[in-house]
Structure formats: structure tokens, C-alpha cells
Write a protein that binds this ligand. Structure first.
Ligand code: SF4
Length: 385
């Protein structure tokens, strides 16, 4: 089983914090769709005839596309790939795109899951982020989506903004729980270099992010969602009744995926490749038959580090026994040795050879993972960093 990711690189307006690839001009939308169809046509072999279990439209804002435009993409996918009849097919959507009419039209397509970019139910917060919707649209669009017959809905939230008091963060979580969606993704606001947010903060036109408040809000969220029977299966992802995002879980489990569209990444166990983050370069590359992809052959340490980085964030953890079987006893001994630095901090547990993080450890996941990273010599011999 494998997955397909399709990047739709258009947005109505630019959110301050965003560092994904997108354009706010729709001028070249038809050319990009044409190139997407051609890329689907040409890249069938990347997944070596594996059956497709998940399709994910991300962006950008995929809900900018009409149902007809999405149908064209499905038609092409169906001619080139063997898609599982129970495949999870997700569309990322923004609240202001989900009108009744649009939802009814989308119900006629194979889409069976929505990931809605709510981010906050608080207007001041949405304004700080420069989102295109307001709090009323955030609330209304969820019930409209459910009323149209879509049950498998995830909503995205962001915490740690200076405009979000802890009381408001509690309200945001309560709204999300009351909306009766089975899946919530919640991310700490991070200020990526050269984003509009970064520039505005540096110019003192917007307040900076308070890391301590952000950590507090993370821990509050864990308690509130656990009390409402949401399982935290990845640091930023929570669901009810094991309704995990199958697509994202397959990334974390190292399953192969094909990425279509500008800036999309692909992975097939041996190498990773990615498309240019430019609509023009992408279209010229695909349509003009030029070599437009960048490719990286994965070395043993790349594969191990990826397993460490993703595994440590999930409830499935890092399986030390499997690492030992694949890469040898010394590798696992190195991991134990490098963990010692944090041994008295109650950040991790190892049970049945599975390493997972504790509640406190989840605040330091990136740092703990990087302490465990490996490099390799030209001969492929692994050594810890
Ligand atoms: S809608 Fe999503 S992709 Fe578009 S600018 Fe906002 S965060 Fe970025």
C-alpha cells in the first residue's frame, strides 16, 4: 500500500506565519492543473504498481479548486493507479471555501475526509495570523460540512499566538470538542525565517511568540483532550476511536508516497525527490519535458534518522528491536548511551524495547531526537553524532 500527495499551490490570501509554497495569483491555475495531470500520467512507475491506500490534497488551499477540477484529477489518477476501494481521500479546506453549494458538489467526488484550517475560533487571533475567515465562519463551516454528510473531519488549531490567552485557548479546545469532530491537529505557532510574521515581529509591528506560554498551552491541551477521550497518537495529532489520519501515519511509518505538484516531495524507500517550489518552473519542467525534479539517494543514516525523528513523536515510538535487527547491536547501544544525558529528566520511557516520550519529554521531542542522530562514513559505516 502506498500514498499520493497532491499539492495545490494557490491561496486567497497569505497567512503571516506560512512557509508552504503557494501563490495568491490564480492566473496560472489552468496551466498548473494541466501539468498536475501530466505529472500523474508520467510518474506511475515511481510506486511500482503498489495499491494506493491514501490520497491527500494539501497546499496551498486545495478547496480553491472546483469539484469539476478535482474530478479531472481523480479521473486521471484512476487511469494510472490501482486505488483501494476504501482509500482515505482527504481535502485540506479553508472555512471560507466551504459553502453549502460547494460542499454538495464535493460530496459527488471521491473525497471522504476533510482537514479544515480553522486555526482559532477567536477573531483577534485570526487577525494576528492574517487568516481569510472569521470566528463565525470557523464555527459554521464545521456544522455545514457535517450536515452535508461528511463525518471524517479533522480540524487544525494553532496555539502560542500572543493574542491567545490561556482562557481563550481552553475555549478553542472546548469549541473543537463540542463540534464533535473525530480528529484534531494542533500546532505551536513557530516563526519561520523570512515569513511575513518574522518580518513584522522584527519590525516590532506584531508581538513575538511567548515560548513559555506556548509550552503551558500544550500541556493544558493534553489534559483537556485526554479528559474528552481524544488519544494523542502524535505530538500534534489527536483522535477519537483510533480514527488516525491514515495518510500522515503512513509518512511516520515509512510507507512509500508519490508527491505531485509544485514543491511536492516523494519517497520510495531508496530515494527522496522533490519538485521545484515555483509554479512557473514546475509547469515549464513538466510540459517542456525538462528535468525538473531534485533527487537525493538515502544513505543508511538518513533512513535511521528519519525513523528516530518521526517515531519519537508518535505513540508507536522507536522500536529498538527492529533497529537492532536492521542495523546491528552497536546502533542500539549508541542510542542507549546518548539517552543517558537526559536519563534523570523523566523525558522518555523504554518498555518492551520501544522508546516513547513522557508528557514532559514531548516538549523537547526535537532536541531528544537530534541527540540520537547518526552520520555515516563514505563506506556506509554508521556513527553517532
Ligand atoms: S491558507 Fe494555508 S497554505 Fe495558504 S497561506 Fe494560509 S497557511 Fe499557508
Amino acid at each position: 500500500m502506498a500514498g499520493i500527495y497532491i499539492h495545490i499551490p494557490f491561496c486567497k490570501q497569505a497567512c503571516n506565519y506560512c512557509n508552504f509554497y503557494f501563490s495568491t495569483s490564480l492566473e496560472h491555475k489552468n496551466e498548473v492543473i494541466g501539468a498536475l495531470l501530466q505529472e500523474i500520467e508520467e510518474r506511475k512507475d515511481f510506486l511500482s504498481n503498489e495499491k494506493i491506500d491514501t490520497i491527500y490534497f494539501g497546499g496551498g488551499t486545495p478547496s480553491i479548486l472546483s469539484a469539476d477540477e478535482l474530478e479531472k484529477i481523480f479521473d486521471k489518477l484512476n487511469t494510472r493507479f490501482d486505488i483501494n476501494s476504501g482509500a482515505e481521500i482527504t481535502l485540506e479546506a479553508n472555512p471560507d471555501d466551504l459553502s453549502k453549494e460547494k460542499l454538495r458538489a464535493l460530496k459527488q467526488t471521491p473525497i471522504n475526509r476533510f482537514s479544515i484550517g480553522i486555526q482559532s475560533f477567536i477573531d483577534a487571533d485570526l487577525k494576528y495570523m492574517n487568516r481569510a475567515h472569521n470566528s463565525k465562519e470557523a464555527i459554521d463551516c464545521i456544522s455545514r460540512t457535517q450536515d452535508t454528510g461528511f463525518e471524517n473531519i479533522s480540524i487544525d488549531l494553532i496555539y502560542g499566538t500572543p493574542t491567545l490567552s490561556t482562557e481563550d485557548w481552553v475555549k478553542n479546545i472546548e469549541h473543537a470538542v463540542d463540534a464533535q469532530v473525530p480528529h484534531i491537529s494542533a500546532y505551536a505557532l513557530t516563526v519561520e525565517q523570512n515569513t511575513k510574521l518574522d518580518i513584522l515581529i522584527k519590525k516590532k509591528l506584531l508581538a513575538p511568540v511567548d515560548e513559555i506560554k506556548s509550552s503551558e498551552q500544550f500541556l493544558i491541551m493534553l489534559d483537556l483532550l485526554e479528559a474528552k477521550h481524544f488519544e494523542q497518537y502524535e505530538i500534534s495529532n489527536f483522535c477519537k476511536d483510533e480514527q488516525y489520519s491514515r495518510h500522515n501515519s503512513s509518512y511516520w511509518k515509512g510507507i512509500n508516497y508519490l508527491g505531485i505538484g509544485p514543491s511536492a516531495h516523494s519517497f520510495n524507500g531508496e530515494y527522496r525527490s522533490w519538485n521545484p517550489s515555483s509554479n512557473m518552473k514546475y509547469v515549464q519542467g513538466v510540459v517542456g519535458g525538462k528535468d525538473y525534479q531534485t533527487m537525493e539517494i538515502l544513505l543508511p543514516h538518513d533512513i535511521i534518522n528519519e525513523q528516530i525523528m518521526t517515531g519519537i513523536r508518535t505513540k508507536w515510538g522507536i522500536n529498538l528491536e527492529i533497529l537492532q535487527q536492521k542495523y546491528g547491536k552497536e546502533i542500539v547501544e549508541e542510542i542507549h548511551f546518548n539517552l543517558q544525558e537526559n536519563a534523570n529528566k523523566n523525558w522518555y520511557i523504554i518498555e518492551n524495547n520501544i522508546l516513547t516520550l513522557t508528557r514532559e519529554g514531548k516538549l523537547f521531542a526535537d532536541r531528544i531526537a537530534s541527540d540520537l542522530f547518526f552520520d555515516s562514513t563514505e563506506d556506509g559505516e554508521l556513527f553517532s553524532l
